[in-house]
Design a protein around this ligand. Structure first.
Ligand code: UD1
Ligand code: UDP
Length: 363
């Protein structure tokens, strides 16, 4: 009987991360997928399962939205029930969302081993919910799959040495696997009437930007001020706050901003690759910009993906209107990109090899 691994996911970037790992995992293990339901709109959820051939969840918990306490608490309760019933040999969690923390916590209290993909990332900003989720998840994990050398160092500094493996980044695997398919299949440039390198691409969704009227207004004012087309796939969180702050009407009157619903991953890769510059507060999008050699302007004060900044391809501008406008007009990368800092595209394979070698020996 192959060993049983429970993969716990719930949010958009986790579906993309699990796509490449699950493909490898299923060659050797019995995988069950538990979906918390943190993201549930078609464009935030099902589109990824359909287009990336991700196995359908075995359990869909349907938790949905709510405050941190409500959402994480409900997930904890419901995941625990499933884990008691299924008794997997290992729980696999990804990244830094509330689904990650709830999955790790439910498992460790049941004495089930935990593996964390994307371990060791730090922004050193505890006001970010993601930072709390990452730190706590790392400290209860048995296997810590670090995407970069920086991540390994961060874990060592916190005294976590056992179970740390430098694997490379599964999002780099995902990009390499999907970019060729995306170039062939995606029609998004035609659909939106875009020409390569004649537009900017923007995404905004982090709580520190959306939940502050001042910050979100500054960002939108910067977008309105510049004289260039901005394609802006809008996360539902951001739409909600733009409506609440009365910004939607302003944007709709602004001819250079093209608001679109969130797009599928293949369309997103094509939009990213053909953008003149990318403006974002997303973790994943910062890296994809780097992998695709597109200059990135990050709407945050700090980033966990420090390599992209050190190498000169990413600039941190926060939510400062003047800095955003200046970076859009003037920021030019100053050096090379070194994708090998994020592995060789085989992080998923390496993770599964480590689990085969270590887990099978231990249990
Ligand atoms: C979550 C993660 C964040 C990650 C992001 C990826 C946490 C604390 N945050 O943020 O780290 O970068 O996912 O996209 O886990 N909503 C919908 N439909 C959906 C999903 C959300 O309308 O399908 C709206 C709801 O109003 C909800 C809000 O978006 O309250 C926020 O959703 P939530 O899952 O709580 O956090 P994200 O901002 O998506
Ligand atoms: N993404 C997507 N469609 C969109 C916006 C983002 O497919 O409309 C992809 C993006 O290419 C990246 C991932 O979603 O792979 C990043 O997720 P997100 O920005 O939601 O979260 P974060 O990485 O900040 O946690």
């Amino acid at each position: 009987m192959p060993m049983k691994i429970a993969t716990i996911v719930g949010a958009r970037p986790q579906f993309i991360k699990m796509a490449s790992v699950s493909r490898e995992l299923r060659k050797h293990f019995n995988e069950i997928v538990i979906h918390t339901g943190q993201h549930y709109d078609y464009e935030m959820n099902k589109i990824f399962f359909e287009r990336l051939n991700i196995p359908e969840p075995d359990y869909y918990l349907g938790i949905g939205s709510g405050s941190h306490g409500y959402q994480t608490g409900e997930m904890l309760k419901r995941i625990e029930e499933v884990l008691i019933e299924e008794r997997p040999d290992l729980v696999l969690v990804y990244g830094d969302t509330n689904s990650t923390l709830a999955g790790a916590l439910a498992a460790v209290k049941l004495h089930i081993k935990v593996a964390h993909v994307e371990a060791g990332l730090r922004s050193f900003d505890k006001r970010m919910p993601e930072e709390i989720n990452r730190v706590l998840t790392d400290h209860v994990s048995d296997y810590l799959f670090a995407p970069t050398e920086t991540a390994v160092k961060n874990l060592h500094k916190e005294g976590i040495k056992d179970g740390v493996y430098l694997t490379g980044d599964v999002m780099y695997d995902a990009l390499l696997y999907n970019i060729k398919i995306a170039r062939k299949k995606s029609r998004i440039l035609n659909e939106l009437g875009l020409r390569p390198k004649e537009y900017l691409l923007a995404t905004v969704h982090r709580a520190e930007n959306t939940d502050s009227k001042e910050r979100l207004t500054n960002i939108i004012n910067a977008f309105i001020e510049i004289n260039e087309l901005i394609v802006f796939p809008v996360h539902p969180r951001t739409r909600k706050y733009m409506e609440a702050y009365g910004l939607i009407e302003k944007i709709e009157k602004s001819p250079n901003i093209l608001l679109v619903p969130p797009v599928g991953y293949l369309d997103m890769l094509v939009l990213e690759e053909n953008a003149r510059k990318i403006i974002t507060d997303s973790g994943g999008v910062q890296k994809e910009a780097y992998f695709l050699k597109v200059p990135c302007i990050t709407l945050r004060e700090k980033t966990e993906w420090v390599e992209t900044v050190k190498d000169g391809w990413n600039v941190l501008v926060g939510a400062n209107r003047e800095k955003i406008v200046k970076a859009i007009e003037e920021f030019e990368p100053s050096g090379e990109t070194y994708n090998h800092r994020f592995g060789d595209g085989n992080a998923s394979k390496r993770i599964v090899e480590i689990l085969l070698e270590r887990l099978v020996g231990e249990i």
